[in-house]
Design a protein around this ligand. Structure first.
Ligand SMILES: [Zn+2]
Length: 176
């Protein structure tokens, strides 16, 4: 899988994100201000609907000509920390971590149980990192993906999940 790339300009960035469905890089421009505004809350995700203008017509499995969506996670340095490609509203639970399961591994998907208002941080109920990580626990990411999007170690995320589970804020679904 080629690496995601970003070119940074004065007021916008040009993001090149790998789309699993197109099996190709997708390029788009994003305003820096939009990213800054998004990051004020916690994390920034760009949602981009598109279809592959050049699908492989010989390949019946190539559905990339149909409209689909990518989510691009971008950090405060305007770098891409994760990309999700899916059809419909969100990836299905079967699609998440399917490759890990094929390889005989276990997939853990953390899911937020309770909606947390940003006030929770001001009131000291959660710290900023916990709030940010909770936003990534949208049911679309495995523990490993949450760690890489949040740019934290898997160990640190596991520890945080324990704390958040005790507070009744997340549950971790296991699939093998
Ligand atoms: Zn695509």
């Amino acid at each position: 899988m080629p690496e995601n790339k970003v070119r940074k300009y004065f007021s916008l960035i040009e993001a090149w994100a790998w789309c699993d469905i197109c099996d190709d890089m997708v390029a788009l421009n994003i305003d820096k201000q939009e990213i800054i505004n998004g990051l004020k809350m916690s994390i920034y995700t760009k949602e981009y609907k598109h279809s592959n203008p050049h699908p492989d017509v010989e390949d019946p499995d190539d559905l990339s000509g149909q409209e689909h969506t990518i989510y691009i996670y971008i950090n405060e340095d305007y770098d891409i920390t994760g990309v999700k490609a899916f059809f419909g509203e969100s990836p299905t639970t079967e699609e998440i971590g399917a490759k890990t399961i094929e390889a005989g591994g276990e997939v853990r998907i953390p899911i937020v149980v309770k909606e947390i208002p940003p006030m929770a941080v001001q009131f000291g109920m959660l710290n900023k990192d916990q709030f940010k990580v909770l936003k990534i626990c949208d049911g679309m990411n495995t523990i490993e993906q949450v760690a890489s999007i949040a740019e934290m170690s898997i160990k640190a995320i596991e520890k945080m999940m324990d704390q958040l589970r005790k507070k009744g804020l997340v549950k971790v679904i296991r699939r093998t």
